[in-house]
Design a protein around this ligand. Sequence first.
Ligand code: PLP
Length: 403
Amino acid sequence: MINGQMYAYGAESSKIREIFSYACARKEEIGAENVFDFSLGNPSIPAPEEVRASIERSLAEVPAAELHGYTPAPGLPAAREAVAASLNRRFGTAYTAADVFMTVGAAASVSCTLHAVACPGDEVIVIAPYFPEYRVWIEVAGATCVEVPADPETFQVDPAAVEAAITSRTAAVIVDSPNNPTGAVYTRETIERLAAVLERANAAREAELGHPQPIILISDEPYREITYGAEVPWVPSIYEHTVVCYSYSKSLSLPGERVGWILVPQVSEGARRVMAAVAGAARALGFVCAPALFQRVVADCVDVPPDVAAYARNRELLTSALSAYGYEYVEPDGAFYLWVRALEPDAEAFCERARAYELLPVPSNSFGVEGWVRVGYCVAPEVIERSLPAWRKLAEDYGVCGC
Ligand code: PLP
């Protein structure tokens, strides 16, 4: 006997992973330099030198029996205190270690939070296009994934559309800014308008139920530090019932090491119950604790910035060429993805045609919308440079080349 739902998640695997596997096989066949794999969100810049120094320091100084030992479930006090202190410096807040729960990356942060705040039968709103794993994590928590389209011009959250989708079963809304896959950064005004919608819904619900049952805003922010000049507003300062999910996968280029955190500001009895439920979810899902060595890295490297300049150069290289060839795209303010309009309505058919030129973007169907592709430019700049003639030929193939 096996669990059919789990079997389906395993058997289908994600489209992104499928394209990545195809790219690996194709590189074996025709040489890595001839394949242009834009599928994954694996940072192309190495982890900063400070990470290595921190690991070496831990190896030299932490008693052998502690080094790889279990940590407390919410994390090492030093890591939690470092995260709280860093946020306080940056956002003028007054968090303490009690507000922070260390996790096994953003995937664990979001799935623990969903398990903590959603009950079977509840609904969780996502903004389409959205990170495909959200649907899996929402469904496993027993809830229903409700897709609300982003503004079609700006790819900002459309607060009126969110308002129209809220029901008595809405437990949470997930926002992801800087956004995967569009690169949009939600403005302060967008977040304020969304907060106003949620506050209105909360007030109506409290009047009906006779007690508060606020909608939780899950702010998934693994790309917070990767921006090209745009402000990324601090969401808990705008909407009280926010849970922030973070990881060091992108900012410290540590996706394989699995470390991040959940922030639940302990401002009310309700928030304390959310944090207790987060701890319960981490226990129930079997996470035990975040990796001990990398919690120490977080304590040491919490303020080390990513090399955004490297991604900015890739972004410039790709966007200037694609616009010259006649492609339409969303100017990315953050993250390391370019959201490009497919040259025909069917994004999967477009990706098939791109494959003939060894170009491997991800079709937008995977992200819940039609007609676009995601191009991950977290690759070596030479990959982008070598791919440019292929992008040009593809545009010519469709008769749209602007040059
Ligand atoms: N959330 C978003 C929006 C992501 O893009 C990713 C990874 O690409 C994750 C969560 C998962 O991140 P992690 O590798 O830290 O689990």
